[in-house]
Design a protein around this ligand. Structure first.
Ligand code: OMP
Length: 309
């Protein structure tokens, strides 16, 4: 799957992931009303609205971007109905040829990680028949429990030709509280980055490993160091746009081949119609606004890359 992701990034000249983090406050009124009229003003109605909203964005952007990243918490908050909107979103995105990164941030003791890996990336056999759970292509994983919490995910990825993005340095303001702590004079995120690179060397696609890393756009100096520490690791970079990450900060997350990083934007794309510069689209045109936001992001990244040469 890492090879397919890299190929799609190259073909589309867009190292961009659309983050599908639907929030009710972004939902255009016409979508909410239609869903409530059909399914009732309840969890089922909300789940229907989420699905319709996502479908509009996927239809408007799938020919421009290689991947989407549905963030499971945004669905989970609406219980089973929300989770079924998550699954519909995963399946539909795959039908449209998108690589799906399930942002699930799992990680536990070995046996529990095994079950998470099966549910999100693998399969179960029941009565001699094969069943798949959420079946994303990649998932995000939290490495804090150590190797035995990570190996079950790697094993399933190897078998299924899928992949991981392991949290190394996160984009949030307090990420340094633990991640920047020094151990033998090295910050923890560097130790984790080294470990991710080691796991990655043993699990390679053609030019990059299918064991990737997450490094936030909001810490560009650390991104630069981590890029060098993990040369063959694909880096998923959240924090562009809404969290303040700028295109010029991101050039060092890429290798000289122009590859090695994929930048996520969630609110900046899916709620573009609410933002300055996109007013002309209005609520009805939210999906067209998201398409325009992808085009603008691609241009922003391209310009910064060219300026760095
Ligand atoms: O794993 C992630 O995707 C992630 C890691 C991180 O360090 N920071 C971070 O913001 N994210 C996710 O990336 C998305 C960022 O959303 P926006 O800030 O709206 O672009 C959310 O889904 C976050 O959960």
């Amino acid at each position: 799957m890492i090879n397919r992701l890299v190929e799609k990034i190259e073909q589309m000249e867009a190292p961009i992931v659309v983050g599908l983090d639907p929030m009710l406050s972004y939902m255009p009124k016409h979508i909410l009303k239609k869903a409530y009229d059909e399914k009732g003003e309840n969890l089922e109605g909300v789940a229907e609205a989420i699905w319709q909203y996502n479908k509009g964005i996927i239809d408007a952007t799938y020919d421009l971007v290689p991947a989407v990243k549905p963030q499971i918490a945004m669905y989970e908050q609406f219980g089973l109905e929300g989770m079924s909107a998550f699954k519909r979103t995963v399946d539909y995105s795959k039908e449209k040829g998108l690589v799906v990164i399930g942002d699930v941030k799992r990680g536990d003791i070995g046996s529990t990680s095994e079950a998470y890996a099966t549910g999100h990336l693998g399969k179960v056999m029941i009565g001699g028949k094969e069943y798949r759970g959420f079946d994303e292509d990649f998932i995000t994983v939290n490495p804090y429990l150590g190797s035995d919490g990570i190996h079950p995910f790697i094993d399933v990825c190897k078998e299924e030709e899928k992949g991981l993005f392991i949290l190394v340095k996160t984009s949030n303001p307090s990420s340094g509280e633990f991640q920047d702590q020094l151990i033998d004079e090295k910050p923890l995120y560097e130790l984790v980055g080294k470990k991710v690179a080691e796991w990655g060397e043993l699990h390679m696609g053609s030019s990059y490993s299918y064991i990737g890393a997450v490094v936030g756009a909001t810490y560009p100096e650390m991104g630069k160091i981590l890029r060098k520490l993990m040369p063959r690791t694909y880096i998923l970079v959240p924090g562009y746009g809404a969290q303040g990450g700028k295109a010029e900060d991101l050039v060092h997350y890429f290798n000289k081949d122009g590859l090695g990083a994929i930048i996520n934007s969630s609110r900046g794309i899916i709620a573009a119609y609410k933002q300055k510069g996109y007013e002309k689209f209005g609520e009805e045109g939210y999906a067209d606004a998201s398409r325009q936001a992808v085009i603008d992001m691609r241009e922003d990244l391209r310009k910064a890359w060219m300026a760095s040469k």
